[in-house]
Structures are given as C-alpha cells and as structure tokens.
Design a protein around this ligand. Structure first.
Ligand code: ADP
Ligand code: MG
Length: 573
C-alpha cells in the first residue's frame, strides 16, 4: 500500500483513543477540568454506563465565549505556556487534549458563563466538527454534555464491558475525586438517580465516611506526618484490627491527584509489617504533598502512574508517618489477667512499644533488663518449659504445645523473631552474617539524613550483612543484604534498617535494633502455615534461647495455661 497522510478525522480518533479509553476516562478529564477551574460543586451524571450520556456541571470560573471553540482545538490549554512549565505542574490538566479527544468520538455540547459576564455561550460539536455556536443563557460555571460516546468507533465500543461495569468505574472514580478534594461537593447521578454525594465540608474523614461507610471510620487513625525533606504526608489509615483481603482500599493522592504507585504501596505494606497477618491489607487514604518538580506525572496520557525523582525519601516519608501512627495509636489488646504469661514481661513492656504488633521499637532496652530481672513476677521456671510437645497450630498463628506445667500457646512470629534475633546477633559478632549476595546490584536513592546514618554505621551494617558502596550523589549501590523472606525487597530492608539506626543512641542499641529488624524480616509470619516438624524445630530453638520469654520488641512469645488453671476452669477442683 502506498504511504498516505492520515485523514485528520482518523488521526483525531486514534489520538483520542489514548486519552478516552472508556466512559470513566471521559468523566475523569471533565471533572479534572472542573476542579482546575476552581469549582466547589461538581455534578456528574451518567446514563447507560456513560455510553449514552455523560454530563459534568460545575460552578467554576467558566470559559469566555471567545475561547470556546479554541478549547476544542488540539493542544489548546490555558494551563501551561512553555516546556519548562512541565516541571512544576500544579493543575490536573495541561495537555490540552481532553476536549478535542472527547469531541472526536462523540457528540458534545458545552455551555459556560464566566462569573461576571452578562451572558454565557454554547457550542455543539459532532465527531470533532463544530455544528453550532452562539450566546446562551446559563448560570455561571460550565456544563459539558457528551452523548453517543464511541458511536463512530464501533471497535472501541466492543471492547467495553457492560454498562453496569462502566457505571461502577465512574462511581469509583468520583469517590476518588471526593477523597482527593474533600472541600468540593460532589454529586453522582446514575440513570437519573443520585447514587453518591459528599458534603464538601473540607474534612477527609467525612469524605471517607461517605465512601466507605460510618462503621469503617471508627477504625481509622489519623496520619499527620511532619514536613520532611521529601515533602509531607497526611490522611487516614485503618487500625490493625480492621483489614481487607486486597489492596483495593489503599489510595494515594499526590498533590491532589489520585495516583497509582508500587513504591507507595510497598511503603504502606512495610509499615504494617508485624501488625497484620500475611495476605491482609489495610484501608488507607494518604495525601502526599511533594514539590511538583520532584514528580513526573507525564509518564502516561491518563496520568495515573507517577515517577518520583527521588524514591528513597518518598518511601521513607510514607513508611515513617504510617508506622509512627500505628505504633503510637494502636489500641491496647485486652489481656486476660488469669492467663499467666510465659514470663513476667507483659507488665514490663515499656511505654511506646506497640503492644499488639512487632513494630520496630526506638530501642531494645527490654532484653537486657529482662535477662537481669527475669526472676520476678510470674515467670515460669525454665525447667518447666523444656521438652514441650507440639500439638498443632491454631489460627495459623499460634503453636499449641504441651509441657510438664500445662499447655502453652506460642506466637510463631514472636518466637521465631526471638530465636533469629539471638542468632543474627551472634553471627554478627563473629563477623559471619547470614547474607545474600544480590545477583545484580540494586541502586537505592537515599535522603541526606539516610546517607549520614549509613556513613555513621557503615561498619556495623557490613557486620550484619549489608554490603555496598556509594554510587554518586545520594545513590547507593547495594551488593548484599541480610538473608530475609523472598517478598522483602533489598531497598526496603536497607531503608528500614537505616530508619531504626537513626534512632539508636549508641553502638549496642544500634546493633540490637539492626538484629531486630533483620529478625523481623526473616521470621515466619502470623498466618504462615507450618508443618509439625517446623513447629517442633522452632520450639526446640526457642527452648534454647537465652531469653525465650519475649520477642525483641518486648512482646511475650508464649502464654501458659497451667494444669491447675485448667482444673479450676473445668470445676475439677
Ligand atoms: P487541559 O485541561 O489540558 O488544558 P482540555 O482540553 O481539558 O485541556 O481543556 C482545554 C481548555 O478549556 C482548558 O485549558 C481550560 O482553559 C478550558 N476548560 C475546559 N473545561 C473547563 C471548565 N469546566 N471550566 C473552565 N474552563 C474549562
Ligand atoms: Mg483537561
């Protein structure tokens, strides 16, 4: 076939496909325009899943009558002027492609009035061609109506799922806008019926209640991160007792833009380590305020994926803020006083330690104290906890064992952490860490404070299995890391280790916190199925530990149900 320049209408359809993939993408572009125009109320209406009608009405600044046709020209935008503006974009739109793209594949009409103009104007287009234009009486703000989407591109229409599926995408999208802009009042009408609305009172918590229901809100903890070098994060995350089967309710808003980012998801996952069972996920709505020049949102036409110039600082920003919230605010679990603990420790857990989780503590004073003071309270004599016989696993989390003194419930994660903590420490002092060389070295972007921490503790880090070298600027080339579970990335290991080291007040605390962090990343988790042999082996190792009663964070490793207690409970005595 000879080479030809495409007919402009065909070229426009192809370009439109990049921006307007489905009804929800048209809704997204239109709502973004409303928000960019400073709207405080946005009403979205869809009929037939958005394929029949999409209407977005706002009370924003409006479009001057003279600019109206121009708005539908490709690359027509009022938001940026020159290429350098691309590095600091503060608006949601900037490509000047949405209106022409939508217009290329539908029938569109737009009416608008600038706030203090006498009169408004209207324009009507069909498949990219202006059909009518003129003055119109209308309230201030803008209304865009899109009808018959993809009517002229039947192939595209075929790819779409049912109207119901498209409607639910639109609903999800409007919910995300509501969480990103709590001060804007949103209303969604589906086939003539209101299905969602927000108050727009400025509170993210109110918006969350409207999206997820009032019951969920009771479980939310406020995250109020400090201004850090990389930016600031704020929002809400669920307390550990509330969790979900997938990551679908972990939402991020980067400078008010709803974004998807593996990095941010990893940071949240990492924050909940030890707080949630494997395979369970929190709910989160986190806003990130990062200097616009630090992010590249121009990666993809729909702007959903982001790239950060410095990943390390952003990761740490989120990790630290969420982790600190969880550690500080997790509700204290109810401890039944009658069940004697394996040790006297639960009463001694120092303030600030997470009672329910395995959060990285600021220091590890308990261990040494416990070794000295271990004889106090209701500590069970060591002889009684030798030769335990494993009966099975309960809740995929506790090893049930029997010994001379009664029945023991052993927390598999806490127990494994204790055993590994001691082993990691011992191997480090022999300079023989259990490390894994990385097949390909991994680069990690660090923030200046992390570079400093790394410098201070370089020797110690090597002793524990972290090997690497500076790689120019703030980049660090990681060649080997301590052995850990497969799902832990080397970057996460190093970042968490540095975070813990930055709080250490001396070399011995630093060593302990490194060992604790490594143990936590290597240990089996709550919810991991274990075989009888694995459980027996773990219990044997725990029996031999120097301080078997608690995990490195001060939580008990086991609780004890004594024979006499059982007899009492069953009325045998
Ligand atoms: P972009 O948003 O990338 O600038 P669009 O094609 O989405 O490109 O819109 C083109 C221009 O039309 C915008 O720059 C803006 O000036 C104007 N515009 C579009 N929608 C609205 C609206 N709802 N309110 C006010 N102005 C609007
Ligand atoms: Mg736009």
């Amino acid at each position: 076939m000879p080479i030809r320049i495409l007919d402009p209408a065909v070229a426009a359809q192809i370009a439109a496909g990049e921006v307007v993939e489905r009804p929800a993408s048209a809704v997204k572009e239109l709502v973004e325009n409303s928000l960019d125009a400073g709207a405080t109320r946005v009403t979205v209406e869809v009929q037939g899943g958005g394929l029949d009608v999409i209407r977005v009405a706002d009370d924003g600044e409006g479009i001057p009558a003279l600019d109206m046709a121009l708005a539908f020209e490709r690359h027509a935008t009022s938001k940026i002027v020159q290429a350098s503006d691309l590095h600091g974009i503060a608006t949601l739109g900037f490509r000047g492609e949405a209106l022409p793209s939508i217009a290329a594949v539908a029938r569109v009409s737009l009416t608008s009035r600038v706030r203090d103009a006498q009169q408004g104007a209207a324009i009507r287009l069909r498949w990219g061609v202006v059909e009518a234009q003129g003055p119109a009486g209308c309230p201030s703000g803008t209304v865009v109506t899109v009808e018959g989407l993809f009517e002229n591109v039947p192939a595209r229409r075929k790819f779409l799922r049912s109207a119901t599926a498209e409607t639910s995408r639109v609903r999800h999208l409007v919910e995300q806008f509501a969480l990103a802009f709590p001060h804007v009042r949103f209303q969604l009408l589906q086939d003539g019926r209101e299905s969602f609305r927000t108050q727009g009172d400025g509170s993210l918590l109110t918006a969350l209640a409207q999206v997820y229901g009032a019951e969920v809100v009771e479980h939310l903890l406020e995250v109020r991160g400090d201004q850090q070098e990389g930016g600031r994060t704020w929002g809400y995350v669920s307390a550990p007792q509330y969790h979900r089967a997938n990551r679908g309710a972990i939402n991020f808003y980067l400078n008010r833009r709803w974004v998807q980012s593996r990095l941010l998801l990893q940071a949240v996952d990492e924050s909940y380590r030890g707080f949630l069972m494997e395979g369970r996920h929190p709910l989160a709505a986190l806003h990130l305020e990062v200097p616009p020049e630090e992010v590249d949102i121009n990666v993809h036409p729909t702007k959903r994926e982001v790239r950060f110039r410095h990943e390390g600082p952003v990761f740490t920003l989120v990790l630290r803020a969420v982790r600190e919230t969880l550690v500080a605010r997790s509700p204290v679990p109810v401890v039944t006083p009658e069940v004697a603990s394996f040790s006297a420790l639960p009463q001694q857990v120092p303030a600030g330690f997470p009672p329910a989780g395995d959060a990285a503590p600021p220091g590890l004073r308990t261990d040494r104290r416990e070794q000295k003071e271990g004889s106090g309270g209701s500590l069970i004599p060591r002889a009684q906890v030798q030769g335990l016989r494993v009966l099975g696993q309960a809740s995929g989390t506790y090893i049930v064992a029997e010994g001379p003194g009664g029945v023991y419930l052993i927390d598999q994660h806490a127990a494994h952490e204790r055993v590994l903590f001691e082993e990691v420490g011992a191997r480090a002092s022999q300079r023989h860490p259990d490390a894994q060389g990385l097949l390909a070295p991994v680069t990690v972007e660090l923030e200046p404070s992390q570079v400093e921490t790394l410098d201070t503790w370089k020797e110690l880090l090597a002793q524990y299995g972290f090997e690497g070298e500076p790689f120019g600027g703030r980049t660090y080339l990681l060649r080997s890391v301590p052995a850990s579970r497969k799902d832990t990335s080397p970057q996460a290991l190093l970042t968490v280790a540095l975070d813990m080291l930055s709080r250490a007040r001396g070399p011995s605390e630093a060593g302990d916190s490194l060992a604790a962090s490594i143990a936590c990343h290597r240990a089996v988790r709550a919810g991991d199925p274990l075989t009888q042999d694995e459980m027996a082996a773990l219990v044997r190792r725990l029996e031999q530990a120097a301080a078997p009663h608690s995990c490195p964070h001060g939580r008990p490793t086991a609780v004890h149900l004594s024979d006499s207690r059982l007899e009492r409970e069953f009325g045998r005595r």
